[in-house]
Design a binder for this molecule. Structure first.
Ligand code: SAM
Ligand code: SF4
Length: 317
């Protein structure tokens, strides 16, 4: 379906849980978040129903996210259900990777075609500090397991954080020479509840190009990422710049939170609940959400907080 500004809405990001085993400082409070009443959250059946409604709207791509989707006990069954929906051609999942060693093969067998893995540092002590509860070696084993499991594409997502990983951009980019992966650098977004909000924490993507003088523009296109390539690399470098160069004009997505709220825009507080609706009701709600998509979000900068009304773990990134 086309929205008011002529954008074709073809992509749904489906968050299957708000909970996570990590507590990344830019995403979650140190104490984590309270587990919500089961009855407030979408059931597996409702998630698949929502994807069926989305497919009728014209959605062809679904990304499963969270919280941490791989800590959802019925994640494989959810993935099988989503991947079986007629019309959904591209199925992807975003994870912190810490459970991928065990789950990469079963996820591929369930029909997931692409995986994005979050990795902000290659230093074990820094990883433990930023994630508060995580171990780098688990994420690295997860990446290797994903590469062995035969996904069509494996991407690594790195949030750029001043004073934390600016000095590692070259090392992280060099992973594209070691593995057939794309490494995408993402500007830190000022989300509510983020513990990293000072201006020093913000690094614009333009810095990455200064730090990677060998990177050449790549000839391929990848959604909202601008792509570059290092000589001899097996994958691309992606730059995703929600602050310095917002990509609202190309926004083709809807987000569905784990508690059943459709978000027409990541950085707006507008939401429509799908909880308890049948497929027709969900389809109507989705049409309304598409009509509500703003031309672009309100100003967003290191000083201007997102109006999303939810922290990132409760939206799904
Ligand atoms: N737990 C999974 C993971 O970490 O990949 C999936 C959910 S997480 C919310 C999705 C993505 O959002 C991750 O790549 C994470 O780094 C990113 N993210 C979280 N908070 C962010 C922020 N304030 N700015 C930019 N990206 C953020
Ligand atoms: Fe968990 Fe992902 Fe948020 Fe980190 S970014 S706390 S892994 S949901």
């Amino acid at each position: 379906m086309q929205d008011t500004y002529g954008r074709n809405i073809s992509y749904l990001r489906l968050s299957v849980t708000e909970l996570c085993n990590l507590r990344c400082r830019y995403c979650m409070p140190a104490e984590g978040i309270a587990k919500r009443n089961h009855a407030e959250m979408l059931t597996e059946e409702e998630m698949v129903r929502a994807v069926r409604a989305a497919a009728r709207l014209g959605v062809t791509k679904v990304r499963i996210t969270g919280g941490e989707p791989l800590f959802k006990p019925n994640i494989l069954s959810i993935c099988r259900g989503v991947c079986a929906v007629e019309g959904i051609r591209e199925t992807a999942l975003t994870t912190n990777g810490t459970r991928l060693e065990a789950l990469a093969g079963p996820l591929r067998a369930a029909g997931i075609r692409r995986v994005n893995i979050s990795l902000d540092t290659l230093d074990a002590r820094k990883y433990a500090w930023m994630s508060r509860t995580g171990r780098l070696e688990e994420a690295l084993s997860g990446i290797e397991a994903a590469l062995e499991a035969g996904f069509e594409k494996v991407k690594i997502n790195t949030v750029l954080i001043g004073g934390f990983n600016g000095d590692e951009v070259a090392d992280l980019a060099n992973l594209t020479r070691k593995w057939p992966v794309d490494v995408r650098f993402i500007e830190l977004m000022p989300m509510p509840g983020s513990g990293l909000r000072d201006e020093e924490a913000y690094i614009p993507c333009s810095k990455v190009l200064e730090w990677l003088p060998e990177a050449q523009p790549a000839k391929v296109h990848d959604g909202v990422a601008r792509l570059y390539r290092l000589p001899g690399a097996l994958g691309n470098i992606g730059l995703i710049s929600p602050l310095s160069n917002h990509f609202c004009a190309e926004c083709n997505r809807l987000r569905l939170t784990a508690d059943g709220h459709l978000k027409p825009c990541l950085h707006s507080g507008d939401e429509i609940s799908l909880k308890g609706l049948d497929e027709e009701g969900m389809l109507e709600a989705m049409k309304q959400a598409v009509r509500m998509k703003p031309r672009q979000h309100e100003a967003l900068s290191a000083r201007e907080e997102s109006r999303s009304a939810r922290p990132m773990n409760r939206i799904g990134g």
